[in-house]
Design a protein around this ligand. Structure first.
Ligand code: NAP
Length: 353
């Protein structure tokens, strides 16, 4: 079932394992701390050299800069790459607005194609449902782009469980970007999409809070202008308590934090791909090491399984005390409610940031 989901529908011509994609949100200089464009480009180049083919971006990211950065690796390798972008969020001055009407999406798609100097995208996704546009209308626009040959596949992002059930009821294998990791559970959305979606996990390291760098210290580890100040987890005492307990437990075993977090996430039911956002070579290396370990240790699921990694095999590796901690997650009712990575969007009609 997993093989069927992952390898065929997205890109039948691609024989590289596509469960690890690379996201470019932080690479364009969006405000994830200090920005080094050359280092970001080195990350993308090294990813391609290491057989990563799937890259995710959006016109919204860093005002188009992430797409322009990606364009630099597309110059030589375009047919080899699987490029996914998104439309539906725009900036007007300092405001962020939904814009997922058919006309708005068409305009954003052509802007993305221009920035990336390509005449097609492999995947174009609705970044976020627009409360003022019926979801069907936005999706119909994506289907039109597919018929016109502008995009090979269409997908969605940030749908609720209800929206997946109602709007995608007749669909199969639609890529859906779902925010999920040990401190951001969205199990119900994953389950709703099990037969309809390819569940692609965004922010698997909770924007760095679950990584090993300075940002893992939460609000005290990031600067005042860092976009992650808007992420409630970074200032949530329960999340901070949970991550420091995880650090304490991991120190007792010879395992890396990235591997532990990603092993757990990739073995959760109906997780079909992960999209982390490394912006430094050392971070990409951690991801590649994780991928290699998973393959060498034969953790990657067989055809019958419903997730990337076999739950049973992962449980044999992760010490029980750490597993229980991951399973418990943070004890807060926020999990499915407070899902918005861009909390300021909802205020855009009336208020400046
Ligand atoms: N559809 C949507 O609404 C949506 C929303 C969010 C993201 N996404 C997609 O998901 C992608 C990933 O999101 P994200 O950037 O929040 O991902 P993430 O992987 O959860 O966080 C990335 C941050 O984690 C830190 N980090 C530490 N070690 C790392 C490692 N080994 N690998 C990667 N990062 C490490 C880095 O920050 P420090 O260097 O500061 O420690 C990095 O900037 C985005 O680029 C985008 O493509 C989509």
């Amino acid at each position: 079932m997993l093989k069927d989901k992952l390898l065929r529908p997205i890109d039948p011509s691609n024989d590289h394992t596509p469960w690890l994609w690379i996201g470019t949100w932080s690479m364009g200089g969006e405000g994830f701390g200090s920005h080094d464009e050359r280092e970001s480009l080195r990350v993308l180049t090294a990813a391609v050299e290491n057989n990563i083919r799937h890259f995710d971006t959006a016109g919204f990211y860093a005002r188009g800069m992430s797409e322009m950065l990606l364009q630099q690796i597309m110059k030589s390798d375009r047919p080899e790459l699987f490029i996914s972008s998104k439309g539906g969020l725009v900036r007007e001055g300092r405001k962020i607005k939904h814009c997922a009407s058919p006309d708005g999406l068409e305009r954003q798609l052509f802007e993305s194609l221009d920035r990336m100097k390509t005449d097609y995208l492999d995947l174009y996704q609705l970044h976020w449902p627009d409360p003022e546009v019926p979801l069907d209308e936005s999706i119909d626009a994506l289907k039109t782009f597919q018929r016109q040959g502008l995009v090979r596949f269409w997908g969605v992002g940030n749908l609720t469980e209800q929206q997946v059930s109602d709007t995608l009821s007749e669909e199969r294998n639609i890529p859906h970007q779902v925010h999920f990791n040990p401190v951001r559970r969205n199990h119900r959305v994953l389950i709703a999409g099990r037969d309809r979606c390819i569940n692609c996990i965004i922010s698997p390291l909770e924007q760095g809070l679950l990584g090993s760098g300075k940002s893992s210290a939460g609000i005290s580890g990031i600067g005042k202008k860092d976009v992650r100040n808007r992420n409630p987890c970074f200032s949530d005492p329960a999340a901070m308590k949970w991550t420091s307990r995880l650090d304490e437990l991991i120190r007792q075993y010879a395992l890396t934090k990235i591997s532990i977090i990603l092993m757990w996430t990739c073995s959760r039911p109906h997780v079909h791909a992960i999209i982390p956002g490394p912006r430094k070579i050392a971070q990409l290396d951690e991801l590649l090491a994780f991928k290699a370990d998973a393959e060498i240790n034969d953790l990657v699921s067989s055809e019958e399984d419903t997730a990337i990694l076999s739950d049973e095999k992962v449980r044999n590796i992760v010490p029980e005390v750490i597993w229980q901690h991951l399973e418990r997650g943070i004890e807060t009712t926020r999990q499915d409610k407070d899902r918005n990575l861009y909390p300021q969007i909802s205020q855009t009609k009336t208020q400046n940031e």
